[in-house]
Design a protein around this ligand. Structure first.
Ligand code: FAD
Length: 341
């Protein structure tokens, strides 16, 4: 027997929660589910991480985010988002995953899986706010699935006293290299580009440059990882020479992507080059009637284009009227090009 809800919002990250608030304020009975906890992606940030964005731009539903410093930490954000969910009486079912959905006679039939059961829920509107953080961009090299290799850094302290290799050249890789170094690891960063990305934050860049100059962090630029063994990361430099870098832990921080397989199984059209799903810009409805995308899942492979500060009005587009859509669009006009700008 299936149950019917007016709207099912999949993903209780910042944007899914904001969608839940927009729905509730329009008297739309919405249920939220998350494959993990509330704000599960933020929970997986490194312990003690500080947001780039100023607190007011992380706020949803008009609830103030009060922080002890100038910017919110991971812990403050977790407390904030679960507090907002409680204050707004959002119906969130944690640890329930959407594993499939299909249009059926004007409603959408969704298959949900939890630890104990698999259920069918039908809904008039399905909002996918599933982000991208669960799906790492793989290097595709031998050894990538070894136990000491991860695509997520959770606790820098765990690397104390170890040889750590960080692969990547964006903010996450640079910040993680600095955090592991400060936690007492011997850090090497390997990046395939000849120079750091211009998007690396202005306060991280000099810190990293100075650590490299001082010989405190080793860096291999224009280098490709060719293999990971239990003891070392094997790289090839621009001349073709191979070097083995000792590694007790390897963090391949080479980005993430939305769950394309799930989106495609629902019938959502995706641009092959960019990974961007086809969306009505006014309502964020996909080509599948009644199915909307909100937040960073809508950015395809360009995950840095939609984040909390510019995705938090998506619920207004989905559940609002023409006026709230225009207001949301005005907020978008201030959309910074990158996180924290
Ligand atoms: C280290 C780091 C620092 C960052 N700093 C900033 C910053 O300073 N400012 C900023 O604006 N952004 C920042 N971001 C980006 C920001 O985290 C994301 O843009 C934001 O989390 C997107 O919100 P979302 O709600 O769209 O997706 P998410 O927060 O990723 O939430 C998606 C949710 O969907 C759930 N889910 C996924 N698949 C399913 C499924 N099939 N069924 C049920 N649930 C599912 C997940 O468990 C998750 O809880 C940072 C990201 C990282 C990694």
């Amino acid at each position: 027997m299936s149950r019917h809800v007016e709207a099912l919002i999949v993903g209780a990250g910042p944007i899914g929660l904001a969608c839940g608030i927009s729905a509730a304020r329009r008297d739309v009975a919405a249920e939220l589910i998350d494959a993990g906890s509330i704000a599960h992606s933020i929970m997986r940030y490194p312990v003690g991480m500080t947001f780039f964005t100023t607190p007011e731009r992380l706020e949803i539903g008009g609830h103030p985010l009060v922080t002890s410093g100038a910017k919110a930490t991971r812990e403050e954000a977790l407390k904030y988002y679960r507090g907002v969910a409680r204050a707004e009486s959002l119906r969130v079912r944690p640890y329930v995953r959407l594993i499939g959905a299909a249009g059926e006679g004007g409603t959408i039939r969704c298959t949900l899986q939890s630890r104990l059961s698999t259920d069918i829920v039908t809904c008039d509107r399905l909002v996918l706010a599933t982000g991208y953080f669960d799906h790492a961009n793989l290097l595709g090299v031998p050894g990538e699935s070894l136990e000491h290799v991860s695509h997520w850094l959770d606790e820098p302290h765990a690397t104390s006293g170890l040889d750590v290799v960080i692969i990547g050249g964006k903010n996450s890789a640079v910040e993680s290299a600095l955090q592991c170094y400060r936690a007492g690891a011997r850090v090497t960063i390997v990046y395939r580009g000849a120079e750091w990305r211009p998007s690396v934050k202005y306060w991280l860049r000099p810190d990293l440059d100075n650590r490299i100059k001082a010989g405190e962090i080793a860096a291999h630029m224009a280098a490709e990882v060719v293999e990971i063994s239990p003891e070392a990361v094997i790289i090839r430099d621009a001349s073709g020479a191979r070097t083995g870098i000792p590694a007790d832990r390897v963090y391949a921080l080479t980005g993430y992507h939305p769950d394309f397989a799930l989106l495609e199984s629902i019938g959502i059209a995706i641009d092959e080059a960019t990974g961007r799903p086809a969306l009505d810009p006014d309502t964020l409805e996909t080509n599948v009637p009644g199915v909307h995308l909100a937040g960073s899942v809508g950015a395809g492979r360009h995950t840095s284009e939609v984040f909390i500060e510019n995705g938090r009005y998506d619920g207004e587009k989905i559940f609002g009227d023409r006026k709230s859509r225009v207001q949301a669009e005005a907020e978008y006009a201030f959309r910074p090009r990158q996180v924290g700008e």
